[in-house]
Design a binder for this molecule. Structure first.
Ligand code: FAD
Ligand code: SF4
Length: 478
């Protein structure tokens, strides 16, 4: 009997006859993928040793009850596992996809520390919640009773949305204002779709809308509507505006065409994937296709830019960072992913200027070495004289991080207290600012951070707001 030729599906870890594979339809692939994901989730969940010292849980910012929902998953009790996992996390499928697990839950798994490889907690969390959506276990909010109090949330990122969810479940009237045309904050327009698929974010927003959260989009507070007007219309306000002022390079030639900001570049790419018309993408200004791309920076935003450029069909992609690999702020997992995709990292290199005049054609690079450690113990980069060279480039993306905008000035509320870094000063447990009834959460308080921390802050701030709304003077004002 002639042996059949088998095809191996690497992602699925399965083999099947070539003829059958050729006749398969997309639905069949979906079916196989689901089966595979279910097997994998159960296998991984079953690896949890129920060690009794759940460092994974204490290193999850939301203190998710990981061991218990892993146990339920391993036993096939998926709906109960999902219920438990969503009890502490507003967006488990999003965290499962984009938390830097190697620095949080998985990095502290006892099995990982014993040298046997972590239980892939994030993937199980993603699987459970994707399954919950598929099975209809995720239900719109239906508060037991409506309450008359109303709360304004400025900023529809994960911090604002997590708070909206908690408040709405208690029947509070919630209005979320955002200056963008879509809600989701950086989950929608910052983080690339290959890490976080946009329908996953949009289905959450639709669910909040169905549950009665009112969204006012295309509304920039401080421009279209004053902060005072919002404060006057609502019983309490939560500021969750994130950090958007990009740190720019100060060097000759930085204003040349082709030297762009990371968030402009990533937003254009995300908008394009929504099917929007994006003039700067179509003109090539914010499109890496066919270009020699240089990204400057060593954080996670830089990693997202290099990996987006690869997907857009760049001719070459290089990442310049002034320190070495061991001292970069970005996740090592992301660096490894980028390297696998063909990105070249040029360590110990900093931009000194840009060549080409009106249109950039190269980055003047100065080579660095690591000097003595500073007060924090981190080695400072020093210039190596006489080692400069020009790195050819058609598109240069600046990804040096973000700072808060000057909200007290922009919103004409000079009395709102900020730190010396410009982040809003708020109580670390209640998240209340120095203005009564005004709270703040997420990156605008922490500085650029993570989705999971914004969710935690938003949930905590909402709890504190609920306490505030119960105060007699607020109730009397109704
Ligand atoms: C490129 C990139 C990739 C990232 N990748 C990851 C990742 O993989 N994993 C992870 O955990 N974190 C990641 N982060 C960080 C994460 O996205 C943020 O920490 C998180 O989104 C912060 O949430 P937030 O709600 O505080 O603010 P944001 O998500 O920034 O949302 C703030 C919202 O406020 C709105 N807003 C601002 N000012 C006004 C105004 N005046 N009026 C009305 N609306 C306003 C904005 O339009 C925005 O929608 C990434 C960040 C970037 C930039
Ligand atoms: S929320 Fe993030 S840190 Fe917490 S269990 Fe999920 S993936 Fe891990």
């Amino acid at each position: 009997m002639a042996t059949q030729k088998m095809l191996k599906f690497v992602t699925l870890g399965k083999e099947m006859p070539e003829k059958r594979a050729a006749s398969m339809r997309a639905q069949d692939f979906d079916e196989i993928y689901r089966e595979y994901a279910a097997d994998k989730a159960a296998e991984q969940a079953g690896r949890c040793s129920q060690c009794g010292v759940p460092y994974c849980q204490s290193h999850c910012p939301l203190h998710n009850n990981i061991p218990d929902w892993l146990k339920l998953t391993a036993e096939g009790r998926l709906e109960e596992a999902y219920e438990l996992s969503q009890a502490t996390n507003t967006f488990p499928e999003i965290c499962g996809r984009i938390c830097p697990q190697d620095r949080l839950c998985e990095g502290n798994c006892v099995i990982e520390h014993s040298g046997h490889g972590t239980v892939t907690i994030g993937s199980v969390e993603k699987y459970l919640t994707d399954k919950a959506w598929e099975m209809g276990w995720v239900k719109p909010i239906r508060p037991q009773a409506e309450r008359p109090e109303s709360v304004a949330i400025i900023g529809a990122g994960p911090g604002g949305l997590a708070a909206a969810d908690v408040l709405r479940r208690k029947g509070v009237q919630v209005t979320v204002y955002d200056r963008y045309d879509r809600a989701g904050g950086l989950m929608t327009y910052g983080i690339p779709g290959f890490k976080l698929e946009k329908p996953v974010v949009m289905q959450r927003i639709e669910q909040l809308e169905l549950g009665g959260v009112n969204f006012v989009l295309n509304c920039a507070v401080g421009v279209d509507l004053s902060f005072d007007a919002i404060r006057g219309q609502h019983d309490a306000v939560l500021i969750a505006t994130g950090v958007y002022k990009s740190r720019d390079i100060e060097a000759p030639g930085v204003g040349a065409a082709g030297v762009v900001k990371a968030l402009d570049y990533l937003t254009a790419s995300n908008r394009q994937s929504f099917g929007d018309e994006v003039a700067d993408f179509d003109s090539g200004e914010l499109n890496a296709s066919g270009k020699r791309v240089v990204v400057i920076g060593g954080g996670d935003t830089a990693m997202d830019c290099v990996r987006t450029a690869v997907r857009q069909g760049a001719l070459s992609v290089k990442c310049l960072y002034r320190r070495d690999r061991a001292n970069m702020p970005g996740s090592q997992r992301e660096v490894a992913n980028a390297e696998e995709e063909g990105v070249e990292f040029v360590w110990l290199s900093a931009p000194k200027g840009f060549t080409g005049g009106v249109e950039v054609d190269g980055v003047m690079v100065q080579k660095m070495r690591l000097g003595a450690p500073d007060a924090t113990g981190r080695q400072s980069p020093e210039v190596i004289e006489g080692a400069d060279y020009v790195e050819p480039a058609d598109l240069v993306i600046q990804a040096l991080g973000f700072e808060p905008e000057d909200l007290p000035t922009l919103w004409n509320v000079p009395e709102l207290k900020v730190t010396r870094w410009g982040t809003i000063k708020a109580d670390f447990r209640t998240h209340e600012t120095n203005l009564p009834g005004v709270y703040a959460a997420g990156d605008i308080v922490r500085g650029a951070s993570l989705v999971v921390w914004a969710i935690r802050d938003g949930r905590e701030a909402a709890d504190a707001i609920l306490g505030y709304l119960k105060q007699p003077e607020v109730m009397a004002a109704e």
